[in-house]
Design a protein around this ligand. Structure first.
Ligand code: GUN
Ligand code: ZN
Length: 432
């Protein structure tokens, strides 16, 4: 049976990267647009009334002046940190030891993992995030729980077992061999099933021995189609510690590079305090830097150089980094990216922010031909934004002269009330 739907409203899609060409040229806006969905795919994007006339049998949902766009793509999260988000007063290493590791310990329990996976996906759906790339914990149960829940919802997600064999408490360490074996078994079980993808996941250099880095590097070499996710140069103290732990390394990135963990399908979370060699190598191989702005201010990590790194030709994604990040919301995350841009003297345009949260993050995940843009042939992961969701937002949007000015108050002040509807894989999702 074919399932079809026609969505009417204002539509927004991208023809190009708005950091590479002017926003007006990169973005395609139709104030009377339509999106035709068929069997989980976007079949056509065009003029609303034309599509309605051509498809008289198709059920119509008319969103009026609401904005229809691709669902948000969160390129770096830790779903197991859902229940300890917004924990007070620590910086990275103390924060990990005080709050994160004790919570991650609980994921040995499959029932707890299943409960949090469902809770996390309920919350993020209500915020309009339709795909995320999440760390698990060291426990294979954490990966099974997340994939099982996403499969049930027909959702495109990426996750992997977090590997760490040192500088973590008892009960939260694996070994080079078990990290390899468990990751391989999970990858073979889940990667490519439906909309699920496995990411090889060494947490970061301080929690892996060089032997473990070699083992997961070897696994990546055997499965080069998989993404590899980790953390890079988040805090100054962390970088100093990495240099002590890896005295031979030229820089932080080299602790990955020397062990087969630098590549075009690598995702390097944070990447704030980069040296020139690191930037050069990341650009050469096309690895993605993932900006996590609410985390960077919340844990006090530093100010990511979005404008400079994009101008330098880097692949960059945007992410919440839940629960180091202080929000599940990609709207709030865009607002934080804007604020960090301001602190660096380089404010980002609303179109650049939305691109980062959709097509840019999808490109970081090498999934830009499937998700992240409202174009024919992509999967039908779609959200509908109410640009007047609260009185405070509505009164500002009422003054707007164009879509970008109407959208910016929602980016800066919006939350789950701004998400009027969510479609996942062509089906209307349940939102709280
Ligand atoms: N570096 C290593 N692990 C983590 C984590 O869980 N969150 C953040 N923000 N940084 C990390
Ligand atoms: Zn992280």
């Amino acid at each position: 049976m074919t399932t079809t739907a026609l969505l009417l409203g204002q539509t927004l899609s991208f023809d190009a990267d708005p950091f590479a060409v002017p926003v007006a040229q990169a973005a395609r806006i139709n104030t009377d647009g339509g999106v035709l969905l068929r069997d989980g795919q976007i079949e056509q994007v065009g003029d609303g009334e034309t599509l309605r006339a051509q498809n008289p049998q198709v059920p119509v949902t008319d969103y009026g002046d609401k904005l229809i766009l691709a669902g948000f793509v969160d390129a770096h999260v830790h779903y197991p940190q859902t229940a300890m988000i917004a924990s007070w007063g620590k910086r990275l290493i103390d924060w990990l030891n005080s709050y994160t590791f004790p919570e991650e310990m609980r994921f040995a329990d499959a029932d707890y993992a299943a409960e949090i996976a469902a809770r996390y996906l309920d919350i993020t759906t209500s915020y309009g995030t339709t795909t995320m790339c999440s760390f698990g914990t060291i426990h294979p149960t954490s990966v099974d729980a997340f994939f099982e829940e996403a499969l049930r919802r027909g959702q495109r997600v990426i996750t992997g077992k977090t590997c760490m064999d040192r500088n973590a408490p008892d009960g939260l360490r694996d070994t080079p061999q078990s990290a390899y074996d468990d990751s391989k078994a999970l990858l073979e079980k889940w990667h490519g099933m439906g909309r699920l993808s496995y990411a090889i996941t060494p947490r970061f250099s301080p929690t892996s021995t060089p032997e473990q880095m070699d083992a997961v590097g070897a696994l990546w070499a055997e499965h080069p189609d998989c993404l590899m996710q980790t953390h890079l140069s988040e805090q100054v103290d962390e970088i100093a510690w990495v240099k002590e732990l890896y005295p031979q390394a030229r820089d932080y990135l080299d602790t990955y590079e020397a062990h087969g963990l630098l590549g075009g399908k690598g995702l390097y979370g944070h990447a704030i305090h980069l040296e020139q060699r690191e930037k050069d190598r990341l650009r050469e191989v096309g690895g993605a830097l993932v900006h996590c702005p609410t985390s960077n201010t919340f844990i006090g990590s530093g100010l990511f150089d979005m404008a400079g790194l994009k101008a330098g030709g880097q692949r960059v994604g945007l992410a919440t980094d839940t629960g180091g990040g202080s929000s599940f919301s990609m709207l709030r995350t865009m607002a934080a990216a804007y604020e960090i841009g301001q602190l660096r003297g380089t404010p980002l345009h609303a179109g650049q922010l939305i691109w980062l949260a959709t097509a840019g993050s999808a490109a970081a995940l090498h999934m830009d031909h499937q998700i992240g843009n409202l174009v024919a042939g992509n999967e039908a992961d779609i959200i509908v934004l109410d640009l007047h969701a609260t009185p405070a937002i509505a009164q500002r949007a009422a003054r707007a002269d164009d879509l970008w000015e109407a959208l910016f108050p929602t980016i800066m002040m919006g939350d789950d009330r701004s998400i009027a509807d969510v479609w996942i894989g062509g089906k209307r999702a349940q939102i709280a």
